[in-house]
Design a protein around this ligand. Structure first.
Ligand SMILES: NC(=O)c1ccc[n+]([C@@H]2O[C@H](COP(=O)([O-])OP(=O)(O)OC[C@H]3O[C@@H](n4cnc5c(N)ncnc54)[C@H](OP(=O)(O)O)[C@@H]3O)[C@@H](O)[C@H]2O)c1
Length: 335
């Protein structure tokens, strides 16, 4: 493939997900990595291939000056993986859109941004439209396993009465930031404090509930969320944390959506160290009932990176504006 046919990509955010994305982009013949942005001074000026653990240098040095990189490199698409809250990432997304780039982001709140941040969502949509760009929030969860996959499964139904999704993840197989986010190794009171400060827990379940409801055309009149710690029955150790008996091994997070007093959507997420049987299951009650299972579960980190790359063609084809996974073409790998 000639270099002119390759899609020029900048990676914004070089944590675990961003560095995995860099590795994936550098291994592709249809994508060209044009730049890399991160504000961590330990990463700035380093060759991004070296940071990703690759032996061959890429010639691309990490910069902490996003506007300069985006203005000079003029990427078609920015792969964005920095933070979870839309208010935090709004300036970063604005730089990308101002430079005329499309954005595919792992920001959890961006998966269905009108719930928590209606004003920012409207501003982002306006900016994207005015620049002829698309901005999309995606990932494994939220973005695929507990929402988009349920919407795709509903295509087999003539009627849908309710949707239930259960995801059980062995947190010991996941990146360090996730193990810390689920509170592995904390005492119960440390867990409660982290949860109330908003520094702990999974982000995005509420967004998944709204993405499903919106995709199915349901108006919810109530959404209820509950997060409880899963306590460890014995001492355990992962690559990153040590958990003593009785300490927190992870979280159990349930989010339900109701319409006309009936539970229409129930998302049940368990992520802890020591899971015996990981897996994902989608159950649709309807005409007919549909069950979709992923034995052992979808690998979250890899699937998040895959979604970043796999949504590039869909974003290039979509009409400008703020898009969600329910109004963009079917997510898939394209050779
Ligand atoms: N939707 C999904 O399914 C899904 C899946 C996985 C992850 N995520 C989300 O995706 C994001 C990235 O995940 P991760 O595990 O890679 O996170 P991470 O390890 O915390 O890495 C984030 C990187 O972005 C940098 N960064 C933060 N703010 C920045 C800014 N304003 N400008 C430039 N760089 C900035 C950070 O640098 P500093 O350390 O210096 O701040 C860090 O290097 C997180 O918000 C995570 O929750 C979503």
């Amino acid at each position: 493939m000639s270099s002119s046919a390759r899609t020029r990509v900048v990676q914004f955010g070089l944590g675990s997900i961003g560095l995995m994305a860099v590795k994936a982009v550098l291994g592709r013949t249809d994508l060209e990595l044009a730049g890399a942005i991160d504000d961590d001074l330990k990463k700035v000026e380093r060759d991004v291939a070296d940071l990703s653990g690759l032996r061959r240098p890429s010639g691309i040095r990490v910069s902490n000056r996003p506007q300069e990189v985006l203005g000079v490199k003029r990427p078609q698409v920015v792969l964005h993986a920095t933070q979870s809250g839309l208010a935090d990432v709004f300036p970063q997304l604005s730089y990308c859109l101002e430079a005329g780039a499309h954005v595919v982001s792992t920001c959890e709140e961006l998966v269905f941004p009108t719930v928590r941040q209606p004003r920012l969502a409207r501003d982002l949509d306006f900016l994207a439209r005015s620049k002829g760009s698309v901005v999309l929030g995606t990932g494994a969860n939220p973005g695929l396993v507990m929402d988009t996959m349920a919407l795709v499964a509903s295509a087999a139904c003539l009627d849908v009465r309710s949707v239930r999704v259960e995801r059980i993840v062995d947190a010991s197989t996941r990146r360090e930031s996730l193990q810390r986010k689920v509170g592995a190794g904390l005492t119960r009171s440390e867990f409660r404090r982290g949860l109330s400060k908003g520094t702990l827990g999974h982000r995005g379940l509420l967004e998944s509930v709204h993405l499903i409801a919106n995709g199915l055309g349901w108006d919810l009149d109530k959404v209820a969320e509950k997060v409880t710690p899963v306590l460890s029955p014995r001492s355990m150790k992962t690559e990153f944390v040590t958990i003593r008996k009785g300490e927190v091994a992870g979280i159990h997070h349930v989010c339900k959506g109701f319409a006309e007093r009936k539970e229409k959507i129930r998302l049940d997420l368990q992520m802890f160290v020591g899971v015996k049987k990981p897996g994902d299951q989608i159950n649709i009650k309807g005409k007919p009932d549909v069950t979709l299972s992923f034995e052992k579960g979808v690998a979250g980190d890899e699937a998040t990176v895959a979604m970043l790359l796999n949504m590039i063609p869909a974003v290039l084809e979509a009409s400008p504006g703020l898009r969600t996974m329910s109004d963009i073409s079917v997510p898939r790998f394209r050779a």
